[in-house]
Ligand binder design. Sequence first.
Ligand code: PSU
Ligand code: MN
Length: 303
Amino acid sequence: MIKYLDVKNEVQSAIDSGRPVVALESTIISHGMPYPENVRTALNVEKIIRDKGAVPATIAVMKGMLKVGLTGEEIDMLGREGTAVTKTSRRDIPFVLSKKVTGATTVASTMIIAELAGIKVFATGGIGGVHHGAEKTFDISADLEEFAKTGVTVVCAGAKSILDIGLTLEYLETMGVPVLGYRTDDLPAFYTRKSGYRVDYRVENASEIAEVMKIKQSLNLSGGIVVANPIPHEYEMDYDEIGNAVDTALAEAEQKGVKGKEITPFLLAAVKDKTGGRSLESNIQLVYNNAALAAEIAIEFAG
Ligand code: PSU
Ligand code: MN
């Protein structure tokens, strides 16, 4: 047993008996969406995973422990406290544990904790990536390095255009990370089904993805897999509307000098404001869609 790991009974017994489990991050709750939609979404995501026949495990750092599987009250607390909670990526974990403060986990730290607990599949909305202007700012999300190291499959809706999608793909290629498009040849761009960039491979069902995971694991090829799942047609946003919102958000961030771990939450909130909140509904729906696919993958992998 790892000293700092606290796995909920329901989740541990599923892991022990080889039943499907899906990990979920908590920065999307605290920093990715406003209250109360964040709490409602997080609880619905858990329900979608259960209805499919897998066990959800939302991950966070609380009271000096890495918590795998949260109660409804704990999810509610993360949602209410919002950005007052410490956004916790790989480098933040030891400090947040030592101070026993509440930490919301990013894609990177959720992957680390999921792997410690023995969970192979994780659902989220969007991953971090290479930011525009990274050749000057060096702003590359720690999520990308994590994909190179940690053996968890992450289902996302592609990369948001707040990022440089082309450079994000180049980085993943350098790090040896497979990018699988679920029923798409084009990497989805979060709010839209297409980005103009191609994925490495197209897959048609969850069992193909589970097979890739098993082969990768049996060869001891370290690192994760990105599964890019396009937003359902009916919730897709207008390409130009999102493009304009992102451009304005990026200009505002630059003018205000927003830096470091603040920049992603700043851009997410600014895009939401510029689209009159409509991007929030798209965001919620794509997370549901990812949760359902992640549950199917976990079931195929376990089966
Ligand atoms: N992208 C989104 N929504 C999010 C995030 C990214 O569309 O909530 C969050 C995730 O937790 C991701 C983190 O791991 O932001 C990346 O932050 P940074 O760029 O600072 O590494
Ligand atoms: Mn960054």
